[in-house]
Write a protein that binds this ligand. Structure first.
Ligand code: GLN
Length: 477
């Protein structure tokens, strides 16, 4: 078995042909992932007991002649903001360094019920705040494509693990681009589904109205399969959608002829040349397949960064209030009063970026500033959503860059939060609108750095998104 090139289908064939057992695969995958981790730091901890127990179940089902499910025996990586029963879940934070959750997220339960084998938990920016994975309390992740560069963030560990082959698929979380941007930087497929498509139960809250769980994979088909497994209504998450889950994989049927695609003028005007040229190539490929491409306008785009960083920090300041040293957390050792306990625990536990966002979020929610910032941002969010509604009256999908530039060097932006925030410029609009969006690899720069193309579709039109992504993935002559 060639671990780094395995796909979900490849695992399935190997298991059913008895080329290898699920336990053999899990053992080998764990060994490979641990070896890769020495280069990338993509993994925070492994869960060999849980992985081998899941693999054993798959082997038993196979021996009984049963089908263990669509993820039978597939090695999976999980971002460490998604809770796993009895397996440490740190959120990349010192505060949760020793936190062992008493329950599984719904996505985790579904993944294992479908035969998936969780190898371990992946590194990320602290509480998913960042665009480079350099905000992790446990050291940055190195991009397997170029080890002196960041893998993107905040789900950089999951993207790197899939890119270097140490997991076949992975789960990440996306609030403003944290799946799509690292997928683009590492050259893999990354999907942020419609808001509410996947239950957030067990996803550590950053900005609840923007948080999504979504898949990483090396192929569009694998991403579609994984999304099909984790999607669907969950009584534990009131915001999860009741809409039925279609067969996403079946949507990858190559029938893209006649589809209308929109290129937002606001996104392409200051795009760096190499990234822009690769995006144009991807668009051209879809045009050759019979898609009709036209320019569209998303006029509220200029306000997106400001809007996102007001709403996301406001929600974060509230969500992070629970880390007070009383529950969950590493508690500061020397505190005389309750107020000291809160202050010391939070002061020692949170990293700089979390503190910056708690301050900003508290400010925009405070009396006297609420109307001027938070309420205004909510109104602009509605306008951004309307821009897309308007666009989807004219086109079936919007095509866009994922990031203005490919993977940057480690340390390059870490002291300049504003320039780091600007790397989200093309991903946060889709998040604010709550529509499905994904990154598909569309080539590499002269220096060998991957670039992703973003596809955005109407609410719940993941099938349309996967159909286009599948067409883009196929090389055309
Ligand atoms: N980079 C963005 C931020 O720092 C998005 C993060 C995310 O999607 N979790 O907020």
């Amino acid at each position: 078995m060639d671990i780094p090139t395995l796909t979900i289908d490849g695992v399935r064939q190997g298991l059913f042909a008895r080329t290898f057992s699920a336990v053999e695969l899990a053992t080998e995958a764990l060994r490979f992932a641990e070896a890769q981790n020495a280069r990338t730091n993509a993994w925070l901890h492994f869960s060999p007991e849980r992985a081998l127990a899941a693999a054993r179940r798959v082997d038993e089902q196979l021996a009984r002649g049963e089908d263990p499910g669509p993820l039978a025996g597939v090695p999976v990586a999980v971002k460490d903001v998604i809770v796993t029963k009895d397996v440490r879940t740190t959120c990349g934070s010192r505060l949760l360094e020793h936190y062992v959750p008493p329950y599984d997220a719904t996505a985790i339960r579904r993944l294992e019920a479908a035969g998936g084998v969780i190898l371990g938990k992946t590194n990320c920016d602290e509480f998913a705040m960042g665009s480079s994975t350099e905000n992790s309390a446990f050291g940055p992740v190195r991009n397997p494509v170029a080890l002196d560069r960041v893998p993107g963030g905040s789900s950089g560990g999951s993207a790197a693990a899939v890119a270097d082959g140490s997991a076949v698929v992975a789960l990440g979380s996306d609030t403003g681009g944290s799946i799509r941007q690292p997928a683009s930087f590492c050259g893999v497929v990354g999907v942020c589904p419609t808001y509410g498509r996947v239950s957030r139960y067990g996803l550590t809250a950053f900005a609840s109205s923007l948080d999504h769980i979504g898949p990483f994979a090396r192929t569009v088909a694998d991403a579609a399969t994984l999304l099909g497994v984790i999607a669907g209504r969950d009584p534990c998450d009131a915001t999860s959608a009741a809409a039925p889950v279609p067969d996403y994989r079946a949507a990858i049927d190559g029938r893209v002829k006649g589809l209308k695609l929109g290129l937002p003028r606001e996104y392409l005007k200051d795009l760096a040349s190499e990234t822009g040229a690769l995006i144009a190539q991807g668009v051209e490929q879809l045009r050759k397949l019979g898609c009709e491409v036209r320019e569209i306008s998303l006029p509220a785009t200029d306000y997106a960064i400001a809007t996102y960083y007001i709403i996301a920090t406001a929600e974060a300041s509230s969500n992070l209030a629970r880390y007070d040293g009383v529950r969950y957390t590493t508690r500061s050792a020397h505190s005389e009063t309750l107020a000291d306990l809160y202050r010391n625990t939070r002061g020692e536990g949170f990293g700089t970026e979390c503190k910056r966002r708690i301050m900003l979020g508290t400010y925009v929610l405070s009396h006297g500033y609420y109307d001027a910032y938070y309420l205004k941002a909510q109104k602009v969010r509605t306008l951004i959503g309307r821009d897309f509604e308007h666009a989807f009256q004219q086109v079936d999908a919007v095509l866009a860059p994922v990031s203005p530039f490919p993977a940057f060097k480690l340390g390059e932006k870490v002291d300049d939060p504003l320039s780091m925030y600007l790397s989200d410029i093309y991903t946060i609009t889709g998040s604010l609108a709550g529509i499905p969006c994904m990154s598909v690899p569309c080539g590499t720069t002269a220096a060998g750095l991957p670039v992703g193309l973003q596809i955005l579709t109407r609410h719940f039109d993941e099938p349309g998104m996967f159909r286009l992504a599948g067409a883009l993935e196929q090389p055309t002559s």
